[in-house]
Structures are given as structure tokens and as C-alpha cells.
Write a protein that binds this ligand. Sequence first.
Ligand code: UD1
Length: 338
Amino acid sequence: MSILLTGGAGYIGSHTAVELLNAGYSVVIADDFSNSSPEVIKRVEEITKKTVSVYRVDVADKAAMRDLFSHETIEAVIHFAGFKAVGESVKKPMMYYRNNLDTTLTLLECMKEFGVSRIIFSSSATVYGSPERVPIEETDKTGGCSNPYGWTKWMIEQILTDTAKADDTLSCVLLRYFNPIGAHPSGRIGEMPNGIPNNLMPYITQVAVGRLKMLNVFGNDYDTPDGTGVRDYIHVVDLAKGHVAALKYALDHTGCEAINLGTGIGYSVLDMVHSFMRVNKVDIPFVIAPRRGGDIAQCYANPAKAERLLGWKAEKNLDDMCRDSWNWQKNNPNGYED
Ligand code: UD1
């Protein structure tokens, strides 16, 4: 029996593959490598000294996915595949709705046809839109997303919720990630953004390595302790372990649960910059710039449900996140092209 990871060569998928293999699971990856590299697979195998079964397929391609399901015995699916660039989703909404929804629908149809009844979905704290309060609990209001990417996550959560309601054999966990950063401590796998990064930590590491000149701090007049935006940064290895815990839960429960994966601690942009400089002994030149459209002041999780249901909580701290992000970036200045 194997666990199928759609988009398993991506940033979170690859770290989850490592944790699953280390925990003794067999892993099948379906990825079209449109936003990842086949080199990732080699490195996952190198870290774990185990092999992975890989299908180079578009998850929306029904024939290719039927072929995969007929060759493998899949016990559960972790669905990471999807487009994820916020800015691009605003410019090309149809591309985002078509891809992110089609992949999910094809996957659900194949699961039904082949009798697979457990799915873990890669959702995001973005489904809370502009949160009414922090820390955010799973029962808090969702919707009001500021971009099509966020709406695809919200819509897929709805599709899975309805599907689980109609089929009482289905087990479904919606994992709402806060802000994943960091990399595997080996420095062999990590995040490889396309072009100029949008997210804070990849931008900081690219300034540190000299690819970018200076960090723009988007706004210092928010209602937060130092005026800059506050987020719940979580180490990607902790996040990956959260998937292993969610999988164990899905194997002996039915129904649909939304679960926050965060640390419960909020750090500001300036906290991040100063910690990165202190831990890694590098300089990060920055300027205060205007607020970025669509940004919120504060977003951090109440992670109690994850601990209660999954027995999981984040273990790594901000220093670990800063150290491992830099270790990955400096050893792989051009990502997987090196
Ligand atoms: C963003 C997305 C969110 C997505 C998440 C994935 C937006 C509006 N939201 O969240 O939908 O799920 O990434 O990880 O894009 N910052 C700077 N300078 C920079 C980059 C960021 O000051 O160059 C600040 C931001 O204003 C924010 C914080 O850093 O306060 C974190 O930003 P980012 O890493 O982009 O994550 P989110 O905006 O939380």
C-alpha cells in the first residue's frame, strides 16, 4: 500500500515525502514538473536512502491518472498539486480556476473509481481572508479571499466538504497552512520560487546571497507592536510531520476536518529580518516601502485542534527556520539547477 502525493516534487510535497519515507510509508509521486525539478526526486531518495515511484503526469489528465491508479495500490492521497502564485492568479484567474479545480475533480473521480477513501488537502490560512480575530480558530469565518488563488483553496475545501457529506466512507483532512519557511536541515531540498520571490523568506535569502539588492518592508504603520505585518511562520519539516499525523488520523476516521497547521506565534517582518541577520551573521539591507495591496496586519493560528486531534505540534523555532532557509539558499544559489 502506498501514499500518493500529487505535486510531490514541490516545496511542501518533497519535505512530506521525506517524512513519510522516514516513517516507513511507500510513496508514489504524481507531478508534471511544471513548477519543480526531477532533481528533487533524486535528492529525496538520497536523504532517505529509499526509492519513490514517480509518474510524470498532469493530475487533471484523467487517462494518465487512471493508469497510475491501476498500476499502484493507493491507500491515501495527499493533494499538493496546484498553481500557487498570488499575483499571477490575479492576472490569470481562469488558468487558476481551471487548473486547481480540474486537478481536484479528476483526482476525486479516480479515487472513487479505484476505491480510495482518504484524502489530505493542502489548504491555506488564505481561506480566512481578512481574519476577524487572532489567533484564528478553524470555526472562524472563511471566504473574503483577496485573490483567485485563495478562492481556489476555499472552493476546493467546499468541494471536499460536500463530497465527504455525500459519501460516509470518505475521510478528508483540510490542512490550513500558515506561512511555511525553512528547508530540510541537510540543505538538499528547499523552496525554489520562479523569478523574483513574492514571499518574505525567499526574498530575504536572495538578498543575503546577493541576487537581490534590498528588501522592501511593505508598510510600518500597521496596528502591530512594531508596525510591520505579523505572520505565523512554520518550519516546513514541522509542516511535513503534520501531514504524517493527519494521514494517521485519516486512516481511522471518516468525515471532513479542517485543521490549522501553525505554531501559534506571530512574528513581524522586522523580527524576521533581525533574526535572520543574527542567526546567520549576514547583512540584510532593507527600506520601508508602502503597504502591499491585499495584505493584512496580523495572521496567526490557534493550533490547539491539531494537537488535540492529531497529537501534533510544531517543534522548531525561528532560529531553526532562519538557519535552515539560509543553509538551503547558500548551498543551492540557483535552486536545483546547480
Ligand atoms: C502570501 C499570500 C497567501 C499565500 C502565502 C503562501 C498574499 C497577499 N498572500 O501570504 O495567499 O497563501 O503567501 O506562503 O500574497 N513582506 C515584505 N516584503 C516582501 C515580502 C513580504 O515586507 O518582499 C511582508 C508582507 O507584507 C507580510 C509578510 O512579509 O507582512 C509575509 O508576506 P508573505 O511571505 O508574502 O506571506 P503572506 O502575505 O502572509
